[in-house]
Design a protein around this ligand. Structure first.
Ligand code: PLP
Length: 427
């Protein structure tokens, strides 16, 4: 069944560490052989054996209009014909910056980069340069890319300095990262009371999508805003995953909160490598060449990537886009939850816009600890049974899922019908 996938995986492991260029792709969490994807269109992907899947990963978010949307492909083709990269400013990047500023009221100025990691890394440097402070606060289970100071996870507990959670991160860097529990505002209050004048920024996934899907509890984001304002720290919403996916103004629009800086990625590239960070003008003016905080990129604002991103963003502005996206996602999670209930399987599910979480637990988790306590072994069996039947979910119990507007009722109902049979066998 997976003969070419297996052969490719064997071959890949000889020349690429673990056979993959980003760790989650290796299926380590769920076991088995990763599918090497050859093609994608709309709501579907095809693997190296030609097997078809309904896809709930969507390239981890960007395929919001469906894979290989004809208008995006055409824009890429047209841009490529004019040259791939110039290393000089272009009109299209001005268009893109103006569009992002128009779509996100908190963003007065924006700089384009090539990945989410670059966006968060640069936003942290900027917050440090702006405030003249070194420490930052992040939350356990939130992923902000792989810059050194953000690859620090646990050591949860008040006033505890983080320990590096990746090899190669000097303890001297990690000590500036304070790691707290998501949705625990009291910890944030306490840490700021003790050390507020040392803290440059709070960085948060305003809806967390990297420990499965976890929503902010009422008052959490509002509290972060209040504390940052009180202590002069920069509030950074990392909307690399949520930006333009949960709604037309990201999480900030949904909850009505104005961060000082926002980081974006994935979705604004429509499948091409783009990221961005932007926000308050007085902060953004600290970046070179205006200010002293250095940040640069040879391929930043790539005309081909920007062309894809512009069309992708414009598609999201079409009437009814988010209503359709949200309705499809809700249909999926309601269908899965009902099917699990009928089969007597302990299960819950949740969604925001086009993002969803499925949890083998009796209620939707609200914290990192609660996500860790879900039944991972059952998730893995569910994942493999669905995959075998042609439904491609994220290969980890700790990742969010993604729906696109190309997922119509036919696709969603087909997935739910298969899940019903799978739940019945899970026992
Ligand atoms: N921030 C968030 C919230 C993310 O989900 C990710 C990637 O998954 C990143 C940052 C890093 O983005 P990239 O993988 O483009 O470097």
């Amino acid at each position: 069944m997976t003969s070419r996938n297996e052969a490719l995986f064997q071959r890949a492991q000889r020349s690429i560490p673990g056979g993959v260029n980003s760790p989650v792709r290796a299926f380590r969490s769920v076991g088995g052989t990763p599918r090497f994807l050859a093609r994608a269109e709309g709501a579907r992907v095809w693997d190296a054996d030609g097997k078809e899947y309904i896809d709930y990963v969507g390239s981890w978010g960007p395929a919001i209009a469906g894979h290989a949307h004809p208008a995006i492909i055409e824009a890429v083709r047209e841009a490529a014909l004019k040259g791939l990269s110039f290393g000089a400013p272009t009109e299209s990047e001005v268009d893109m910056a103006e569009l992002i500023c128009a779509m996100l009221p908190s963003v007065e100025m924006v700089r384009l980069v090539s990945s989410g990691t670059e966006a968060t890394m640069s936003a942290i440097r900027l917050a440090r340069g702006f405030t003249g402070r070194d420490a930052i606060v992040k939350f356990e289970g939130c992923y902000h890319g792989h810059a050194d100071s953000l690859l620090v996870k646990a050591g949860s507990g008040l006033l505890t300095f983080g320990n590096p959670s990746s090899g190669g991160v000097p303890a001297d860097f990690a000590k500036h990262t304070i790691v707290l529990d998501y949705n625990d505002l009291q910890q944030v209050e306490d840490v700021f009371k003790a050390r507020g004048d040392e803290i440059a920024a709070i960085i948060v996934e305003p809806v967390a999508g990297n420990m499965n899907l976890i929503k902010p509890q009422p008052g959490f984001l509002e509290g972060l805003r209040r504390i940052c304002t009180e202590y002069g720290a920069v509030l950074i919403f990392d909307e690399v995953m949520t930006g333009f996916r949960v709604g037309p103004q990201g999480v900030q629009g949904l909850y009505g909160i104005t961060p000082d800086l926002t980081t974006l990625g994935k979705v604004i590239g429509g499948g091409m490598p783009v990221g961005a960070f932007g926000g308050r003008r007085d902060i953004m003016e600290k970046i070179a060449p205006l200010g002293s905080v250095y940040q640069a990129g040879t391929l930043s604002g790539s005309p081909v990537a920007v062309a894809a991103g512009m069309v992708s963003l414009q598609l999201t502005r079409e009437a009814g886009f988010y209503e359709r996206l949200t309705a499809s996602t809700q249909r999926l999670v309601a269908g899965l939850a009902a099917a699990a209930k009928d089969a007597g399987v302990t299960f819950s599910a949740d969604s925001v816009g086009g993002m969803f979480g499925v949890y083998f637990a009796d209620k939707v988790p609200a914290s990192f600890a609660q996500v860790m306590a879900t039944d991972k072994e059952r998730f893995n069996r569910f994942f493999h049974a669905m995959l075998e039947a042609g439904h491609y979910f994220a290969p980890s119990a700790f990742e969010a899922g993604f729906v696109s507007v190309a997922h119509g009722e036919a696709e969603i109902d087909a997935t739910v019908a298969v899940a019903r049979a799978v739940f019945a066998q899970l026992g």
